[in-house]
Design a binder for this molecule. Sequence first.
Ligand code: UT7
Length: 332
Amino acid sequence: MAYAAFRSIGAYIPPKIMTNADFEKIIDTSDEWITKRTGIKERRLSEAGEASSDLGAKAAQIAIDRAGISKDEIDLVICATVTPDFLCMPSTACMIASKLELPNVMAYDISAACTGFVYAVSVAKAFVESGMKKNVLIVGAETYSSILDYTDRTTCFIFGDGAGAAIISATEDKSEAIIDVNCSSDGNYHDLIKTPGGGSLHPCSQEVLDQKMACIKMKGNETFKLAVKTLTSDVKVMLEKHNLTNADINHFIPHQANYRIIKAVGEALDMNDEQTVVTVDKYGNTSAASIPMAMNYAYEQGKIKKGDNVLFDAFGGGLTWGSALFPFSPKN
Ligand code: UT7
């Protein structure tokens, strides 16, 4: 049986910075309020005309180079995004494959909001373990700036743009294998985070434009409470299932939505600051890109070494949630 190894990580961080002070100029808010309520100091923005696939392809190239494989060895491209280049088609994964010059490869998108990258890990693992694919490129790429209503002071300051990517490859060595991925959802909570217009329920119309219905609407406070509860219980279930404790985890990488959520979950799980990766202060919430961008940050700081146990913990619109547990397994 083939096992699935998490071989590499990469990210692309757009250089353009939007600070809390910039938001003070456009909405009724303050750096002090945003910092206290979220821990966010700044977030990144793509350039006009720069789409999710542009960010994703740059992150992907880094992940491919670090995995030490030729791009021709990639046999599946999955892009997790809720800010695709195009509303319906072609998929952002197809656009990334085209930009990487991978013309004959299976490529498709996953829509699971902020949990998308963990869903992608789950699917890549299944494809590799089944023997159907050998080298899967997974990407989380978002340009939230394209779906934000910059007059909605309750939501617009939270999100940012960016992309992260990883290579998941077949291995015979069980010690390299992704241990487990557990993903779930509850559509009864679909109203908490939503882009209400522009889809088949409310197709694009003057009303959709006037009401900014194609922009993200979020019931932040209700989402906050469910996020803390779900992110905590998700990890407890994962650790118990594998007879592990928090001490077995070298790098706890939660979804980067709000520092208060990360802190509350970390405390409930007894994860210390050394174990917990935090980038929300620098990048804000980049949805499906948040976990791979955070992992890449810790990797580039020299903190993540071969064989270290990594635990992803994601939560987002849908609602969706999921966790993934694996040893970081670069080839060298
Ligand atoms: O990534 C997917 C999952 N998403 C999340 O996990 C996001 C979770 N939610 C959050 O991070 C937080 O709920 C927010 C940061 C969005 C909001 O923080 P909060 O502590 O939940 O604030 P709140 O909505 O309860 O509002 C508190 C007060 C209100 O004023 P009153 O009614 O108490 O007078 C708001 O009107 O803060 C006010 N407020 C603001 N004040 C200054 C709301 N937005 C702002 C703002 N600046 N930008």
